[in-house]
Write a protein that binds this ligand. Structure first.
Ligand SMILES: O=P(O)(O)OC[C@H]1O[C@H](O[C@H]2O[C@H](CO)[C@@H](O)[C@H](O)[C@H]2O)[C@H](O)[C@@H](O)[C@@H]1O
Ligand code: UDP
Length: 461
């Protein structure tokens, strides 16, 4: 069997050192790599005065990681800059927040070159190479320029924006043309694949066949949708652990007999937390019988704090949660418990199980693993209700959730009421359909399908 070389910006910290707030990509890849011989290469998250290319090799729980430190200027221009001030907002349809700065573009290319230079010697001729996410779009091309003939695949964890939005990016053609160096490009959903196809046809004059064959000039490759899932088995085991049971009991006891609604998100403007709070406020305004009888627990560990838009959303949420609590709270009840701390998987599994309703309402999200984790953690005899944004990739699969438009306070308010008042039979019926999808399309299936498709492509000429 070929080895698998996974390359992503972020590499999962060894267990116990992550602070419990790692994003979905890290969680999903650790699970996938546990089954494969290979290496996971990426940025350590650490900084150095001068880039040395020194690789820190470690083995934890069956996963070999190889990480490098970056210079402070690299982190500013590549991670905070091009990745998170330019591409992230643009890919999440927030053209108003996207910043274009020449130094970001050059820092992005420099770090991609550094990744290529450092990882290329670790790659053997038969290895499959799997590059992840918007931080590393040009890496495949950089590896080809260093003579690599391996099968190289790329998976985008975020949405792919409509062609009309992407053309707002200076040098967009240069970025997308660099992707043609890959043999296989994966997206979370058919919707993002369709947007990619439009770009290929309208901007590059290429074609995409119904079977996903992409042709631009003399380059032929494949593009397809591979929806990521959770490690269902591991999550179900975690949910059954003592730690999860304790977390579940802690939340239930502290809520007394009130219903609990939960939200769990990195503190990111794309997650729609502000709109969610406003929808919840509308619900409290319209349903005074529920005041004092329901609590919203919002877990939101801070993320990308050096980027202004993230500082700004944090300030707005501090203010808004305070205002709603001030408006509705009594001496013995607060409507929102807003927590800026990250939790580990076991604690989260317990909180999910204790919650009667989950609000997963991003304004735009590649997939959203929290939605799937919530479903995986429920008690089959008395499951909670998932309220899910139509703009999350997960909504393409989790169709028996209550699907809402997260921009509409009224829809949010109505959905919260329906969820809280939903009869047990309907909750069970919906959950049975949801768990079916979460089990079937888990992270193992995602990895298996992507790797099989990569193995199946003809090697680049
Ligand atoms: O590494 P960070 O900057 O702290 O951000 C965490 C991750 O966020 C994004 O996650 C995406 O991947 C998930 C799994 O496929 C998906 O469910 C979610 O919709 C995406 O937003 C980002 O794409 C990752 O690179 C980050 O590691
Ligand atoms: O306190 C927290 C909050 C979130 N997460 C995990 O972070 C991931 C978030 O992934 P998702 O796809 O929902 O969004 P992303 O943050 O990757 O955009 C999920 O696996 C969560 O369980 C966590 O471990 N601790």
């Amino acid at each position: 069997m070929s080895r698998l070389i996974v390359i992503s910006n972020r590499v999962s910290a060894p267990k116990g050192q992550s602070g419990g707030s790692q994003g979905g990509l890290a969680v999903a890849l650790a699970a996938a790599l546990r089954e494969y011989r290979g290496i996971w290469f990426g940025w350590s998250g650490g900084m150095t005065d001068h880039f040395t290319g020194h690789i820190d090799l470690q083995r934890h729980e069956g996963v070999t990681t190889a990480t490098i430190d970056l210079e402070g200027q690299d982190v500013d221009e590549y991670y905070n800059g091009y990745a998170n001030k330019t591409l992230w907002p643009l890919f999440h349809y927030r053209i108003d927040l996207a910043e274009y700065d020449r130094s970001f573009g050059s820092g992005y290319e420099r770090v991609n070159e550094r990744f290529a230079e450092t990882v290329a010697p670790l790659i053997e001729p038969d290895d499959l190479v799997w590059v992840h996410d918007y931080h590393l779009i040009p890496l495949g091309q950089q590896l080809r320029q260093r003579g690599l003939k391996n099968r190289i695949g790329f998976f985008l964890h975020t949405p792919w924006p409509p062609a009309r939005l992407l053309t707002a990016l200076p040098f967009h053609q240069r970025l997308v043309r660099s992707m043609l160096a890959y043999d296989l490009i994966g997206f979370q959903t058919e919707e993002w694949l369709l947007s990619f196809r439009h770009y290929i046809e309208e901007e590059l004059g290429g074609t995409v066949d119904p079977d996903g064959t992409v042709r631009v000039g003399d380059r032929t490759l494949r593009a397809a949708a591979f929806p990521i899932g959770v490690d269902y088995k591991d999550f179900a085991d975690t949910a059954a652990s003592q730690e999860a049971a304790e977390a579940c009991a802690t939340l239930q006891d502290s809520a007394e007999l009130k219903k609990v609604i939960i939200g769990v998100d990195r503190l990111d403007y794309s997650k729609g937390i502000e709109e969610r709070f406003n929808g919840y406020r509308r619900f409290l305004e319209e349903n005074d019988n529920w005041r004092g009888n329901v609590t919203l627990l919002q877990i939101a560990p801070p993320s990308r704090g050096e980027v202004h838009a993230y500082e700004a959303i944090r300030e707005r949420l501090d203010e808004l949660s305070g205002r709603i609590n001030g408006e509705f709270a009594h001496v013995d009840w607060v409507p929102i418990r807003y927590v800026n701390q990250g939790y580990g998987r076991a604690a989260l599994a317990g909180f999910y199980r204790a919650a009667d309703v989950a609000l997963v309402t991003p304004l735009r999200d590649g997939m959203n693993l929290v939605a799937k984790e919530y479903v995986a953690s429920q008690n089959p005899d008395d499951p909670g209700v998932l309220i899910l944004s139509r703009f999350a990739g997960a909504a393409h699969q989790l169709r028996e959730a209550i699907i809402i438009n997260p921009y509409s306070k009224d829809e949010l308010s109505d959905a919260i009421r329906s969820a809280l008042e939903m009869p047990r039979e309907e909750r069970i019926r919906r959950w049975n359909a949801l768990i079916e999808s979460v089990k079937r399309d888990d992270v193992v299936a995602w990895r298996r399908d992507f790797v099989a498709a990569l193995e199946g492509v003809k090697v680049a000429a």
